[in-house]
Design a binder for this molecule. Structure first.
Ligand code: HPA
Length: 321
């Protein structure tokens, strides 16, 4: 039988191709070998004379759409490497979304920022969306800060508030879609990684203190994030269902990146910038829209930049082994 070929025999069983992997689910299998991710990291190591301690994913609320003033833009000794110049990397397809790895120093701590991320709605499988996290890890980053723009489901949340993610609901995982699907390579991590302590409790605690210090005051919360595939915003019935499930924010990213980071033994801090209040009432005539996502991100740029900077300082002081 040819490689990857699937055959159904008379009694309903499926036999697999000679490579030992399940060809039937081939689209969901990770096509990046360990060696190909190492090759990407080695390519980057030749261009960057330092090893990042922290990887930061800058999403729609954190400067993925603009340059001046964004966190990635403010790094010292910056080295910008567009995604299209990086072997094996996906390309950003979101109009206006910057696509570059930005290396540099934040308060003298070496970091790497993903300026713009990859989404399932772009047509990329989850393992492809999350591959840069493995590259960050191979470059030396043992810590991930994942940021996202999200709709607020919790009625106490207001536009411009920040929610530290204490847990997530992997809804796409419920439907059998997971970035770790397919044969597992133990060099990245274990077959069955636990997720009950995905979000580092010490970092959440410190981030709450830092939030007060940088002026987020009462605008800081802690809660549960959930990710849908997008690209459409949710229906009223869907949002009410998510609320009942216990989600406080909803977005289109982060969960698969965090799963991949935990799999390769990184510590994770994630937060949502609330860019809109989710509409859970049929009488409401407003529509969520992407422009407000970007506008709120810009409005919060300074305070969130300081917030992340202080968290990075804390990680370097306390967790850098
Ligand atoms: N839903 C999904 N993703 C989002 C939202 C939302 O309301 N706001 C920002 N990203």
């Amino acid at each position: 039988m040819a490689k990857n070929q699937v055959e159904f025999n008379g009694n309903g069983n499926v036999s697999f191709g000679e490579n030992g992997s399940n060809g039937y689910f081939s689209e969901q299998e990770n096509k990046y070998t360990y060696e190909s991710v190492v090759a990407t990291a080695e390519f980057l190591k030749k261009l960057v004379p330092f090893s990042p301690v922290v990887g930061i994913i800058c999403g729609s609320g954190m400067g993925a759409y603009w340059n001046k003033g964004s966190l990635a833009d403010s790094l010292q000794d910056k080295i910008v490497i567009p995604y299209e110049d990086i072997p094996n990397f996906p390309r950003s397809t979101v109009k206006g979304h910057a696509g570059a790895l930005v290396f540099g120093y934040l308060s003298n701590v070496p970091v790497v920022c993903m300026k713009g991320r990859f989404h399932y709605y772009e047509g990329y499988p989850l393992w492809k969306c999350a591959m840069p996290v493995r590259v960050m890890k191979l470059l030396g980053a043992n810590h991930l800060i994942a940021t996202n723009a999200a709709g607020g489901l919790n009625p106490n949340f207001r536009v411009g508030d920040v929610m530290l993610v204490k847990d997530h609901i992997n809804l796409m995982g419920f439907a059998g879609n997971n970035p770790l699907q397919g044969p597992n390579d133990e060099r990245f991590g274990p077959r069955f990684p636990p997720m009950n302590q995905a979000y580092d409790k010490d970092l959440i605690k410190e981030a709450k203190n830092i939030a007060k210090e940088v002026g987020l005051g009462d605008n800081i919360h802690e809660g549960v994030y959930t990710c849908l595939g997008g690209p459409n915003f949710e229906t009223v019935a869907e949002l009410n269902m998510l609320k009942m499930l216990g989600a406080d924010t909803v977005g289109m990213s982060t969960v698969h990146e965090v799963i991949t980071a935990i799999h390769c033994n990184m510590t994770v801090l994630a937060f949502s910038l609330i860019t809109n209040e989710c509409i859970t009432d049929y009488e409401c005539r407003d529509n969520p829209n992407h422009e407000e996502v970007i506008d709120v991100g810009k409005m919060r740029e300074n305070v969130l930049g300081k917030f992340v900077q202080r968290i990075v300082e804390h990680i370097a002081k306390t967790k850098n082994e």
